[in-house]
Design a protein around this ligand. Structure first.
Ligand SMILES: NC(=O)c1ccc[n+]([C@@H]2O[C@H](COP(=O)([O-])OP(=O)(O)OC[C@H]3O[C@@H](n4cnc5c(N)ncnc54)[C@H](O)[C@@H]3O)[C@@H](O)[C@H]2O)c1
Length: 352
Protein backbone atom coordinates (compact mmCIF):
# COMPACT_ATOMS: atom_id res chain seq x y z
CA UNK A 1 0.00 0.00 0.00
CA UNK A 2 1.51 3.38 -0.94
CA UNK A 3 2.38 5.55 2.03
CA UNK A 4 3.33 9.18 2.52
CA UNK A 5 6.87 10.12 3.26
CA UNK A 6 8.44 9.26 6.61
CA UNK A 7 9.43 12.54 8.31
CA UNK A 8 12.87 11.97 9.84
CA UNK A 9 14.86 14.16 12.24
CA UNK A 10 18.33 13.94 13.79
CA UNK A 11 19.57 14.38 17.32
CA UNK A 12 23.32 14.91 17.06
CA UNK A 13 24.49 16.12 13.66
CA UNK A 14 28.16 15.09 13.60
CA UNK A 15 30.04 12.50 11.57
CA UNK A 16 27.72 9.51 11.70
CA UNK A 17 24.59 11.64 11.28
CA UNK A 18 26.11 12.55 7.91
CA UNK A 19 26.23 8.84 7.01
CA UNK A 20 22.52 8.54 7.93
CA UNK A 21 21.67 11.61 5.84
CA UNK A 22 23.60 10.31 2.83
CA UNK A 23 21.42 7.19 2.84
CA UNK A 24 18.10 8.89 3.57
CA UNK A 25 18.85 11.30 0.71
CA UNK A 26 18.72 8.34 -1.69
CA UNK A 27 15.23 7.28 -0.56
CA UNK A 28 12.03 8.54 -2.20
CA UNK A 29 9.90 7.80 0.84
CA UNK A 30 11.90 9.94 3.29
CA UNK A 31 11.75 13.60 4.13
CA UNK A 32 14.56 14.93 6.35
CA UNK A 33 12.75 17.61 8.30
CA UNK A 34 14.96 18.78 11.17
CA UNK A 35 18.11 18.34 13.21
CA UNK A 36 19.29 19.28 16.69
CA UNK A 37 22.88 19.79 17.79
CA UNK A 38 24.59 21.94 20.37
CA UNK A 39 27.09 23.12 17.71
CA UNK A 40 25.32 25.12 14.99
CA UNK A 41 28.25 25.17 12.55
CA UNK A 42 27.95 21.48 11.71
CA UNK A 43 24.24 21.82 11.04
CA UNK A 44 24.74 24.64 8.53
CA UNK A 45 26.78 22.32 6.36
CA UNK A 46 24.08 19.62 6.38
CA UNK A 47 21.29 22.15 5.84
CA UNK A 48 23.01 23.28 2.68
CA UNK A 49 23.95 19.81 1.46
CA UNK A 50 20.63 18.06 2.13
CA UNK A 51 18.15 20.92 2.33
CA UNK A 52 17.17 20.16 5.92
CA UNK A 53 15.20 23.25 6.73
CA UNK A 54 14.95 23.34 10.52
CA UNK A 55 17.87 23.40 12.96
CA UNK A 56 17.64 23.50 16.75
CA UNK A 57 20.18 23.80 19.53
CA UNK A 58 17.79 22.03 21.93
CA UNK A 59 16.58 18.59 20.88
CA UNK A 60 13.55 18.80 23.17
CA UNK A 61 12.38 21.92 21.39
CA UNK A 62 12.93 20.15 18.08
CA UNK A 63 10.79 17.19 19.17
CA UNK A 64 8.04 19.49 20.43
CA UNK A 65 7.94 21.73 17.38
CA UNK A 66 8.57 19.24 14.59
CA UNK A 67 6.95 16.04 15.89
CA UNK A 68 9.00 13.80 13.55
CA UNK A 69 7.82 10.28 12.64
CA UNK A 70 11.31 8.90 13.21
CA UNK A 71 14.56 10.08 14.77
CA UNK A 72 18.15 9.08 14.14
CA UNK A 73 19.98 9.39 17.46
CA UNK A 74 23.59 10.23 16.57
CA UNK A 75 24.94 11.83 19.75
CA UNK A 76 27.88 10.63 21.84
CA UNK A 77 26.99 7.47 23.78
CA UNK A 78 26.27 9.32 27.02
CA UNK A 79 23.18 10.91 25.49
CA UNK A 80 21.72 7.89 23.69
CA UNK A 81 19.33 6.98 26.51
CA UNK A 82 18.09 10.46 27.38
CA UNK A 83 17.50 11.52 23.77
CA UNK A 84 16.03 8.21 22.58
CA UNK A 85 13.57 8.09 25.48
CA UNK A 86 12.52 11.69 24.82
CA UNK A 87 12.02 10.94 21.11
CA UNK A 88 10.01 7.79 21.83
CA UNK A 89 7.82 9.66 24.29
CA UNK A 90 7.31 12.36 21.66
CA UNK A 91 5.85 9.67 19.40
CA UNK A 92 8.84 8.98 17.12
CA UNK A 93 10.37 5.67 16.12
CA UNK A 94 14.08 5.66 16.93
CA UNK A 95 17.22 4.37 15.25
CA UNK A 96 19.91 4.78 17.90
CA UNK A 97 23.54 4.51 16.93
CA UNK A 98 25.72 1.87 18.55
CA UNK A 99 26.30 1.12 21.35
CA UNK A 100 22.73 1.12 22.69
CA UNK A 101 23.70 3.19 25.74
CA UNK A 102 26.34 3.72 28.40
CA UNK A 103 25.25 0.58 30.21
CA UNK A 104 22.49 -2.03 30.27
CA UNK A 105 20.52 -0.22 32.96
CA UNK A 106 20.07 2.74 30.62
CA UNK A 107 19.42 0.38 27.74
CA UNK A 108 16.61 -1.37 29.61
CA UNK A 109 14.96 1.99 30.28
CA UNK A 110 15.07 2.68 26.54
CA UNK A 111 13.40 -0.63 25.70
CA UNK A 112 10.75 -0.01 28.36
CA UNK A 113 10.11 3.48 26.99
CA UNK A 114 9.62 2.07 23.48
CA UNK A 115 7.16 -0.49 24.75
CA UNK A 116 5.22 2.06 26.74
CA UNK A 117 5.09 4.55 23.88
CA UNK A 118 4.25 1.76 21.38
CA UNK A 119 7.05 3.00 19.14
CA UNK A 120 9.89 1.06 17.52
CA UNK A 121 13.44 1.19 18.79
CA UNK A 122 16.20 -0.17 16.54
CA UNK A 123 19.91 -0.45 17.33
CA UNK A 124 22.21 0.88 14.63
CA UNK A 125 24.27 -2.28 14.15
CA UNK A 126 25.34 -2.62 10.52
CA UNK A 127 27.91 -5.42 10.37
CA UNK A 128 25.16 -8.06 10.34
CA UNK A 129 24.03 -6.76 6.94
CA UNK A 130 27.41 -7.67 5.45
CA UNK A 131 27.02 -10.41 2.80
CA UNK A 132 30.04 -12.27 4.28
CA UNK A 133 28.32 -12.36 7.66
CA UNK A 134 25.11 -13.58 6.03
CA UNK A 135 27.10 -16.35 4.33
CA UNK A 136 28.40 -17.58 7.69
CA UNK A 137 25.01 -17.17 9.35
CA UNK A 138 23.32 -19.26 6.66
CA UNK A 139 25.82 -22.04 7.28
CA UNK A 140 25.21 -21.89 11.04
CA UNK A 141 21.42 -21.79 10.64
CA UNK A 142 21.44 -24.76 8.27
CA UNK A 143 23.02 -26.88 11.03
CA UNK A 144 26.40 -27.32 9.31
CA UNK A 145 28.25 -26.49 12.53
CA UNK A 146 26.34 -28.70 14.89
CA UNK A 147 26.65 -26.59 17.99
CA UNK A 148 28.75 -23.44 17.69
CA UNK A 149 31.16 -23.71 20.59
CA UNK A 150 33.43 -20.70 20.36
CA UNK A 151 33.65 -17.30 18.70
CA UNK A 152 36.87 -15.35 18.49
CA UNK A 153 36.25 -11.63 18.06
CA UNK A 154 38.98 -9.18 17.06
CA UNK A 155 38.63 -5.43 16.55
CA UNK A 156 42.22 -4.27 16.76
CA UNK A 157 43.83 -1.10 15.49
CA UNK A 158 47.56 -0.75 15.60
CA UNK A 159 47.32 3.03 16.11
CA UNK A 160 43.82 4.38 15.70
CA UNK A 161 42.88 6.56 18.64
CA UNK A 162 40.14 8.90 17.35
CA UNK A 163 41.44 12.48 17.18
CA UNK A 164 37.91 13.95 16.90
CA UNK A 165 34.78 13.75 19.03
CA UNK A 166 34.81 12.54 22.64
CA UNK A 167 35.90 8.93 22.12
CA UNK A 168 38.62 9.13 24.80
CA UNK A 169 36.29 10.41 27.51
CA UNK A 170 34.87 7.69 29.69
CA UNK A 171 32.23 9.92 31.27
CA UNK A 172 30.72 10.65 27.84
CA UNK A 173 31.36 7.34 26.06
CA UNK A 174 31.25 4.68 28.78
CA UNK A 175 34.57 3.19 27.67
CA UNK A 176 37.13 2.99 24.90
CA UNK A 177 37.77 0.52 22.08
CA UNK A 178 35.67 -2.25 23.64
CA UNK A 179 32.45 -0.19 23.62
CA UNK A 180 33.35 1.76 20.49
CA UNK A 181 34.73 -0.76 17.98
CA UNK A 182 34.71 -4.11 19.79
CA UNK A 183 30.93 -3.72 19.84
CA UNK A 184 30.80 -3.97 16.01
CA UNK A 185 32.53 -7.32 15.70
CA UNK A 186 30.90 -8.58 18.90
CA UNK A 187 27.40 -7.82 17.64
CA UNK A 188 27.91 -9.60 14.32
CA UNK A 189 29.55 -12.63 15.94
CA UNK A 190 26.77 -12.92 18.51
CA UNK A 191 24.19 -12.54 15.71
CA UNK A 192 25.65 -15.31 13.52
CA UNK A 193 25.87 -17.55 16.61
CA UNK A 194 22.08 -17.22 16.92
CA UNK A 195 22.00 -14.53 19.65
CA UNK A 196 22.49 -16.85 22.66
CA UNK A 197 21.85 -15.50 26.15
CA UNK A 198 25.03 -14.29 27.91
CA UNK A 199 25.39 -15.48 31.51
CA UNK A 200 28.90 -14.47 32.65
CA UNK A 201 31.84 -12.33 31.63
CA UNK A 202 35.44 -11.79 32.57
CA UNK A 203 37.84 -9.21 31.23
CA UNK A 204 40.84 -6.98 31.58
CA UNK A 205 41.47 -3.45 30.35
CA UNK A 206 44.77 -1.62 29.94
CA UNK A 207 45.61 2.06 29.41
CA UNK A 208 49.23 2.72 28.48
CA UNK A 209 49.37 5.01 25.45
CA UNK A 210 46.25 7.12 24.84
CA UNK A 211 46.79 9.20 27.96
CA UNK A 212 50.29 10.26 26.89
CA UNK A 213 51.58 12.62 24.24
CA UNK A 214 52.94 10.72 21.26
CA UNK A 215 54.98 11.71 18.24
CA UNK A 216 54.60 8.41 16.38
CA UNK A 217 53.55 8.93 12.77
CA UNK A 218 50.02 7.58 12.34
CA UNK A 219 46.73 8.14 10.54
CA UNK A 220 45.06 10.07 13.37
CA UNK A 221 47.79 11.93 15.28
CA UNK A 222 47.40 14.43 18.12
CA UNK A 223 44.42 12.95 19.89
CA UNK A 224 43.47 14.70 23.12
CA UNK A 225 45.67 12.73 25.53
CA UNK A 226 44.86 15.07 28.43
CA UNK A 227 41.20 14.05 28.55
CA UNK A 228 41.86 10.39 27.66
CA UNK A 229 40.33 8.26 30.42
CA UNK A 230 39.37 5.07 28.55
CA UNK A 231 41.29 1.86 27.91
CA UNK A 232 43.70 1.32 25.00
CA UNK A 233 43.25 -2.45 25.01
CA UNK A 234 40.46 -4.64 26.37
CA UNK A 235 40.23 -8.41 26.34
CA UNK A 236 37.38 -10.49 27.61
CA UNK A 237 35.49 -13.73 27.63
CA UNK A 238 31.74 -14.23 27.64
CA UNK A 239 29.93 -17.41 28.56
CA UNK A 240 26.47 -18.20 27.19
CA UNK A 241 23.55 -20.17 28.54
CA UNK A 242 23.96 -22.77 25.75
CA UNK A 243 27.56 -23.47 26.81
CA UNK A 244 29.22 -21.49 24.00
CA UNK A 245 31.89 -18.87 24.68
CA UNK A 246 33.20 -15.76 22.95
CA UNK A 247 36.67 -14.37 23.39
CA UNK A 248 37.08 -10.72 22.42
CA UNK A 249 40.11 -8.51 21.85
CA UNK A 250 39.67 -4.83 21.08
CA UNK A 251 42.17 -2.01 20.91
CA UNK A 252 42.75 1.51 19.60
CA UNK A 253 46.51 1.04 19.97
CA UNK A 254 47.80 -2.54 19.88
CA UNK A 255 51.41 -3.36 19.18
CA UNK A 256 50.64 -5.77 16.35
CA UNK A 257 51.64 -5.96 12.70
CA UNK A 258 48.45 -4.43 11.31
CA UNK A 259 44.78 -3.81 12.05
CA UNK A 260 42.54 -6.87 12.49
CA UNK A 261 38.76 -6.79 11.99
CA UNK A 262 37.47 -10.33 12.04
CA UNK A 263 35.66 -13.14 13.78
CA UNK A 264 36.21 -16.87 13.65
CA UNK A 265 33.74 -19.53 14.70
CA UNK A 266 34.52 -23.03 15.87
CA UNK A 267 31.72 -25.58 16.04
CA UNK A 268 31.35 -29.32 16.57
CA UNK A 269 31.27 -30.09 12.85
CA UNK A 270 32.47 -26.94 11.08
CA UNK A 271 34.29 -23.68 11.60
CA UNK A 272 34.25 -20.37 9.76
CA UNK A 273 36.12 -17.19 9.11
CA UNK A 274 34.33 -13.89 8.43
CA UNK A 275 36.86 -12.04 6.31
CA UNK A 276 37.74 -13.63 3.98
CA UNK A 277 34.57 -15.73 4.19
CA UNK A 278 35.51 -19.38 4.55
CA UNK A 279 34.05 -22.58 5.95
CA UNK A 280 36.18 -25.37 7.40
CA UNK A 281 34.67 -28.81 7.62
CA UNK A 282 35.31 -32.53 7.10
CA UNK A 283 33.89 -34.32 4.08
CA UNK A 284 34.51 -37.77 2.53
CA UNK A 285 37.52 -38.33 4.74
CA UNK A 286 39.15 -34.97 4.02
CA UNK A 287 39.37 -31.62 5.75
CA UNK A 288 37.72 -29.17 3.36
CA UNK A 289 38.16 -25.41 3.15
CA UNK A 290 35.42 -23.75 1.13
CA UNK A 291 34.46 -20.25 0.14
CA UNK A 292 31.53 -18.73 -1.72
CA UNK A 293 32.00 -18.62 -5.48
CA UNK A 294 30.26 -15.27 -5.59
CA UNK A 295 28.92 -12.81 -3.04
CA UNK A 296 27.17 -9.48 -3.55
CA UNK A 297 29.82 -6.82 -3.76
CA UNK A 298 28.12 -4.52 -1.24
CA UNK A 299 30.56 -5.28 1.57
CA UNK A 300 32.09 -1.87 2.21
CA UNK A 301 31.02 0.49 4.99
CA UNK A 302 28.75 2.59 2.75
CA UNK A 303 26.94 -0.40 1.31
CA UNK A 304 26.18 -2.21 4.54
CA UNK A 305 25.23 1.14 6.08
CA UNK A 306 22.73 1.59 3.23
CA UNK A 307 21.19 -1.80 4.01
CA UNK A 308 20.89 -0.91 7.71
CA UNK A 309 19.16 2.39 6.96
CA UNK A 310 16.77 0.79 4.44
CA UNK A 311 15.89 -1.96 6.91
CA UNK A 312 15.06 0.67 9.54
CA UNK A 313 12.76 2.56 7.17
CA UNK A 314 11.11 -0.67 5.98
CA UNK A 315 10.57 -1.67 9.60
CA UNK A 316 9.02 1.54 10.89
CA UNK A 317 7.23 2.65 7.72
CA UNK A 318 6.08 -0.66 6.22
CA UNK A 319 6.13 -2.93 9.28
CA UNK A 320 8.75 -5.31 7.84
CA UNK A 321 10.91 -7.20 10.37
CA UNK A 322 13.98 -5.49 11.76
CA UNK A 323 17.33 -7.26 11.59
CA UNK A 324 18.64 -5.24 14.52
CA UNK A 325 16.10 -5.27 17.36
CA UNK A 326 16.91 -3.21 20.44
CA UNK A 327 16.89 -6.49 22.40
CA UNK A 328 20.08 -7.50 20.58
CA UNK A 329 21.57 -4.13 21.49
CA UNK A 330 20.73 -4.79 25.13
CA UNK A 331 22.31 -8.26 25.14
CA UNK A 332 25.50 -6.89 23.60
CA UNK A 333 25.47 -4.04 26.13
CA UNK A 334 25.27 -6.56 28.98
CA UNK A 335 28.34 -8.31 27.60
CA UNK A 336 30.27 -5.02 27.39
CA UNK A 337 29.17 -4.08 30.92
CA UNK A 338 30.23 -7.52 32.15
CA UNK A 339 33.73 -7.20 30.69
CA UNK A 340 34.24 -3.73 32.18
CA UNK A 341 32.80 -4.76 35.55
CA UNK A 342 34.98 -7.86 35.67
CA UNK A 343 38.05 -5.79 34.82
CA UNK A 344 37.28 -3.54 37.80
CA UNK A 345 36.53 -6.38 40.19
CA UNK A 346 39.29 -8.70 39.00
CA UNK A 347 36.98 -11.71 38.75
CA UNK A 348 34.29 -13.21 36.55
CA UNK A 349 30.89 -11.56 36.97
CA UNK A 350 27.38 -12.86 36.36
CA UNK A 351 25.26 -11.33 33.61
CA UNK A 352 21.56 -11.11 34.47
N1 LIG B 1 27.64 2.70 13.19
C1 LIG B 1 28.87 3.14 13.04
O1 LIG B 1 29.67 2.60 12.28
C2 LIG B 1 29.32 4.34 13.81
C3 LIG B 1 30.45 5.05 13.38
C4 LIG B 1 30.83 6.19 14.10
C5 LIG B 1 30.10 6.59 15.21
N2 LIG B 1 29.01 5.86 15.61
C6 LIG B 1 28.27 6.24 16.83
O2 LIG B 1 27.59 7.46 16.56
C7 LIG B 1 27.58 8.29 17.72
C8 LIG B 1 28.16 9.65 17.36
O3 LIG B 1 29.45 9.48 16.83
P1 LIG B 1 30.06 10.51 15.77
O4 LIG B 1 31.25 9.86 15.18
O5 LIG B 1 29.01 11.01 14.86
O6 LIG B 1 30.52 11.67 16.77
P2 LIG B 1 30.59 13.22 16.48
O7 LIG B 1 31.35 13.79 17.61
O8 LIG B 1 31.06 13.44 15.08
O9 LIG B 1 29.06 13.69 16.53
C9 LIG B 1 28.29 13.76 17.70
C10 LIG B 1 27.43 15.00 17.63
O10 LIG B 1 26.55 15.04 18.75
C11 LIG B 1 26.43 16.40 19.13
N3 LIG B 1 25.92 16.56 20.47
C12 LIG B 1 26.58 16.51 21.66
N4 LIG B 1 25.73 16.78 22.67
C13 LIG B 1 24.52 16.99 22.12
C14 LIG B 1 23.25 17.33 22.65
N5 LIG B 1 23.04 17.51 23.97
N6 LIG B 1 22.21 17.50 21.78
C15 LIG B 1 22.39 17.36 20.46
N7 LIG B 1 23.59 17.05 19.90
C16 LIG B 1 24.62 16.86 20.72
C17 LIG B 1 27.86 16.93 18.97
O11 LIG B 1 27.90 18.35 18.93
C18 LIG B 1 28.27 16.28 17.66
O12 LIG B 1 27.97 17.11 16.54
C19 LIG B 1 28.37 7.52 18.80
O13 LIG B 1 27.47 6.88 19.65
C20 LIG B 1 29.17 6.50 18.01
O14 LIG B 1 29.40 5.31 18.75
C21 LIG B 1 28.60 4.77 14.91
Amino acid sequence: MPKGKLRVAFIGAGGIAGAHMRQYAEMDDIEMVAMADIHPAGMEKWAEQYGIEQSFSDYKEMLRNVKPDAVSVCTPNGLHAETSIAALRAGAHVLVEKPLAMDAREGKRMLDAAKKAKRKLVIGFQQRFDPKAQFVKNAVDSGQFGQVLFGRVQALRRRGIPNWGVFGRKELQGGGPMIDIGVHVLEVTHYVMGSPKPVAASGNVYTYLGNKKSNVVCQWPNWDHKTYTVEDLAVGQIRFENGATIHIESSFAAHIEKNVWNFQLMGEKSGANWDPPQLFTDDNGYMINSEPGWLPRNQDFGSIFALKMRNFVDHVHYNKPTMAPAEHGLMVQKMLDGIYESATKGKEVAIR
